[in-house]
Design a protein around this ligand. Structure first.
Ligand code: A2P
Length: 273
């Protein structure tokens, strides 16, 4: 290389192959003053497994992007990407992200990853997905994937929130699934959503941990108690919720799995910030 050529190479901007891509916001829906969902364009090269998470963010004035992990709420076959988010008033990202509008740009990381994937579980008959708050997001992806119904005879999603309005996203999504051209027929008789609240009066007022411990969950659903030979579970919520539900899985004889060593249940923290 001549001196001139090497000077030119040194001056050229460095292209980071892992840098996030800039995507366009397609729609935004607000559910409560704490919760909203948004859909963005999906680059053709963006591949992920249903249930995984990815970094999402916004540019900052100092040039360094502000990124946080988000579970992808849409299934792997969808042409768009959907996210379900909390709004934290003083959260560095969500305080700004909550005001995005269609046409705005958001940053999308290139490396989706995660453990709430069907391949991290050994085969079973009944799949439980236990969620609280925005922990429902990865399950919004999994309940829309035909693979979930091909692998399990029965799929039970639980969603517990503080208030009734916070259940709108999961309830609408699951109700509408019977009309879905891809999984509509598969969900009938196979998929059940079990909801509860903890701070506002509703038909079922209880934490999921209490519902499991008391056996009310199983009695209400008309299914046997947890059994490691037939039952598999995915858990997503706050760190405390995960630890408490995980302890109940272990107490019932289920073993924690991972991508490298599939087993009977898997966990992931619901992201916020
Ligand atoms: P609670 O109202 O009794 O705290 P959040 O909105 O704070 O993420 O909480 C979502 C839901 O998760 C709430 O209904 C909350 O109940 C519940 N929750 C919080 N901690 C736990 C836990 N350790 N085990 C089970 N559920 C929990």
């Amino acid at each position: 290389m001549t001196a001139n050529a090497s000077a030119a190479a040194a001056a050229a901007p460095k292209v980071n192959p892992n840098a996030p891509t800039e995507e366009t916001v397609l729609s935004v829906e607000h559910y409560t003053d704490r919760l909203f969902r948004f859909r963005i364009t999906r680059p053709q090269s963006f591949r992920f497994r249903t249930g995984e998470f990815v970094m999402i963010g916004l540019p900052r004035e100092d040039g360094k992007p502000l990124l946080r992990a988000y579970s992808i709420a849409s299934p792997a076959w969808d042409e768009e990407l959907e996210f379900y988010s909390i709004k934290v008033p003083d959260g560095p990202l969500t305080s700004r992200l909550q005001s995005i509008q269609p046409g705005d740009k958001v940053l999308l990381g290139k490396k989706p990853t995660g453990t709430l994937v069907l391949d991290a579980l050994t085969p079973g008959k009944r799949l439980y997905m236990f969620s609280t708050g925005t922990g429902f997001a990865p399950f919004a992806s999994l309940v829309r994937d035909p693979d979930t119904y091909e692998r399990y005879d029965e799929v039970i999603v639980t969603h517990t929130c503080r208030d009734v309005d916070e259940l709108t996203y999961s309830r609408n999504l699951v109700n509408d699934l019977v009309n879905d051209p891809l999984v509509g027929e598969m969900v009938e008789g196979k998929l059940r959503l079990y909801t509860s609240t903890t701070r506002e009066t509703s038909d079922c007022m209880s934490r999921i941990t209490t519902l499991i411990e008391s056996g009310k969950l199983f009695a209400d659903l008309g299914v046997p108690k947890l059994d490691p030979t037939t039952d598999r579970a995915m858990i997503c919520g706050s760190m405390e919720m995960i630890q408490d539900v995980k302890a109940l899985m272990i107490a019932n004889g289920l073993t924690e799995g991972s991508n490298a060593a599939p087993a009977e249940f898997v966990i992931e923290k619901a992201f916020a910030g």
